[in-house]
Design a protein around this ligand. Structure first.
Ligand SMILES: [Zn+2]
Length: 659
């Protein structure tokens, strides 16, 4: 009985963890997870005989004295690589000479992390080692167990060895470095170093605290139900077994398809939350792979295309001043245009005036710029030069470049502010933010429309959007009846958006989308906001004293209260009732295709919406999941082409807690 309960808890927790860490789709809250986890822990403590190696409690670390060297069962080869498309074509030519034209290839992103090999026996994780020199690596099983994207037990009783790449997400890397700086420790140079440092800890409980994940890319199947004949099928199979694979993988029919993939990711890679330094291209057919074999160091059936570097130096021509929605004044670097990772860059972020002082950036300097996850690159340092000392030290502005108002410092903030309520640049920034995805999400009204509406004097503050008629939109150049109606409707419909959207959109200093959601969780009505004391606000989990003070001041400012009253009068409901019941699937877009067995597509769509997800009728690169029922057609093909994750009905039901 107890043994059964333990097994039940173990399986449940492993499933939840699979959804969270492998599919990136948590099914239950951390609180609920912890409750079940504690129950399991307690039962295991009383009945230690029932502890199995695949129990989630076995993910916590211990101290080891050093790492043992192990000989890999299968050698981990290097890859030949190139920066050049013509060399890719030459490589492919050699292959087609042997097997004829149209040899299929699989393209995968080359993750900039640490290669490892994992061994599973009878479906249970047995051991894992670093790549080392490819022949001998270091055994780090205990540390790898702490990584939740590594399954402790597969969904099938199989003997397999897989290779994968351990990485740290860019956002987690930044957080870790912030903490290190706060504690007076040295920051890591890049996410790969942070992952390596975390993985080679003698105390694996430290590894457990770091946010590490893994993408699996090569399966070696020794004994299992299926024996795939192609690399593509092998990858799909390891996914079925419970491993995390990178969704950005594509099967192409020849080298030109692979080159398209490389070109696409050369620029798109900066939008990913993990570092990638290239594309690995493999021959799909495993029989061909066997025949092609290896050189002394690398397989002949695979090659890597390397992306050009992400950093480059250029001259800083000027420092321009930008104004944000809260009146914050931020410096922007104007650069001698330079080609960085596939696009011409002429502007970069300098964050704030303290940063300029810290870096001692001067106009005329040679600076190093880096492309990061954000669209706009940033200046990271001044390059050594003889000229630097002779250049004048930069002094921040004292008046607003848009309206001439004296700039002010605000206690506890690093930025300078223009506090003129009628500053034209601040007004425009507020309007642009109002319609943004993060705020009211009115995507038919873009920055150029706002610029025109503003210039015609039709819109000066967000409330004016709601007074516009269809005729007003027709006054703008190039706007026809249909798009005028669309814009009008999108604006009017936004009145029904939940309170958290309004709180985000209204531009309270330091209150973004996430903070607004935290707040409305505790303060469900606008009245609650007006009545909340600073003490009440700062008692909300995740709300610091500074933000609490900003919110309190905002709701005790007569001008703001009057504005809010106006929104109420024009029909804003500030209602949370129409909001999704949970936000488990927030930010995720689903496409349903084929026939589902247990429900209609409409019912499935309702479930998705009730959990905060969106549905769409067509597959694009913005699609998170395609749910494929029986007889799924072209949408499924498109999803495969784009590398969108495909779920079957059971996987979907499990994700939404119906199974
Ligand atoms: Zn101003």
């Amino acid at each position: 009985m107890i043994q059964e309960r333990i097994k039940n808890l173990r399986d449940k927790l492993n499933r939840y963890s699979y959804n969270y860490y492998v599919l990136d789709n948590p099914l239950i809250s951390d609180f609920e997870y912890d409750k079940l986890y504690k129950e399991l822990e307690e039962l295991e403590r009383q009945n230690p005989l029932f502890i199995t190696p695949d129990s989630p409690t076995q993910r916590v670390g211990g101290i080891s004295t050093g790492f043992r060297e192990v000989k890999h069962k299968y050698r981990l080869y290097s890859l030949d690589n190139t920066y050049n498309y013509d060399e890719l074509r030459k490589w492919y030519e050699k292959i087609t000479k042997e097997f004829g034209d149209n040899v299929e290839l699989v393209c995968e992103l080359k993750i900039d992390g640490l290669a490892i090999a994992l061994a599973y026996k009878n479906g249970i994780f047995e051991s894992g080692a670093t790549r080392g020199n490819g022949i001998i690596g270091e055994e780090i099983t205990q540390n790898l167990r702490t990584i939740k994207a590594i399954p402790l037990k597969l969904f099938e009783d199989a003997d397999v060895e897989v290779r994968g790449e351990i990485y740290m997400p860019k956002t987690s890397f930044e957080k870790l470095n912030e903490e290190n700086l706060k504690n007076g420790e040295k920051p890591f140079a890049n996410p790969r170093n942070a992952a390596a440092g975390s993985l080679r800890q003698l105390d694996s409980s430290i590894t457990a605290k770091r946010d590490l994940s893994m993408f699996t890319y090569t399966p070696i199947i020794e004994r299992a139900k299926k024996s795939p004949k192609t690399h593509w099928d092998g990858i799909q199979y390891v996914k079925e077994l419970g491993f995390k694979i990178n969704p950005n993988i594509r099967l192409v029919k020849d080298i030109e398809g692979a080159i398209d993939f490389c070109k696409y990711w050369d620029t798109e890679r900066f939008n990913l939350d993990y570092a990638t330094d290239g594309v690995v291209i493999k021959v799909n057919n495993l029989a061909y792979q066997n025949e092609l074999g290896y050189t002394s160091r690398a397989p002949k059936w695979a090659t890597a295309f390397k992306f050009p570097p992400e950093e480059i130096s250029t001259t800083l021509k000027d420092i321009e001043i930008g104004l944000g929605k809260t009146g914050a004044v931020t410096p922007v670097a104007v650069l001698e245009p330079v080609n960085l990772a596939g696009s011409v860059v002429s502007r970069a972020s300098l964050h704030n005036f303290d940063e300029i002082k810290r870096l001692d950036v001067r106009i005329g300097d040679r600076v190093l710029i880096k492309k990061a996850a954000e669209i706009i690159p940033k200046v990271i340092k001044v390059c050594d030069s003889d000229e630097h000392e002779g250049l004048p030290i930069y002094t921040p502005p004292t008046v607003c470049p848009a309206c001439g108002e004296q700039l002010r410092e605000i206690e506890g903030e690093v930025n300078l502010y223009c506090t003129n309520p009628n500053c034209p640049d601040v007004l425009r920034a507020k309007l642009e933010y109002w319609v943004s995805k993060e705020a009211m999400d009115i995507d038919s009204v873009g920055p150029s429309v706002i610029e025109k509406l503003y210039n015609l004097g039709l819109v000066k503050s967000p409330i004016d959007f709601y007074k516009l008629t269809i005729e007003d939109f027709l006054k703008l150049d190039l706007v026809k009846e249909k798009s005028a109606t669309n814009m009008y409707n999108a604006i009017q419909n936004s009145k029904k958006k939940p309170l958290s959207k309004f709180i985000t959109a209204i531009s309270i200093r330091n209150v973004g989308k996430e903070t607004a959601e935290l707040l409305t969780g505790e303060l469900p009505t606008l009245e609650d906001f007006k009545e909340a004391t600073i003490e009440k606000l700062s008692s909300i989990d995740g709300i610091g004293d500074k933000i609490a003070k900003n919110i309190y001041e905002f709701f005790h400012n007569e001008h703001n209260l009057k504005t809010i009253e106006e929104f109420k009068q024009i029909g804003f409901s500030f209602d949370n009732a129409s909001a999704p019941k949970t936000d488990e699937l927030a930010g995720k877009t689903f496409v349903l295709t084929g026939t589902l067995q247990s429900m209609t597509r409409d019912e499935a769509s309702d479930i998705i919406k009730s959990k905060g997800g969106k549905t769409s009728s067509s597959v694009s690169k913005k699609t998170t999941f395609v749910i494929a029922g029986e007889n799924a057609g072209s949408k499924l093909d498109k999803a495969q082409d784009l590398g969108v994750t495909i779920l079957n009905e059971d996987e979907f039901l499990f994700m939404v807690g119906k199974k």
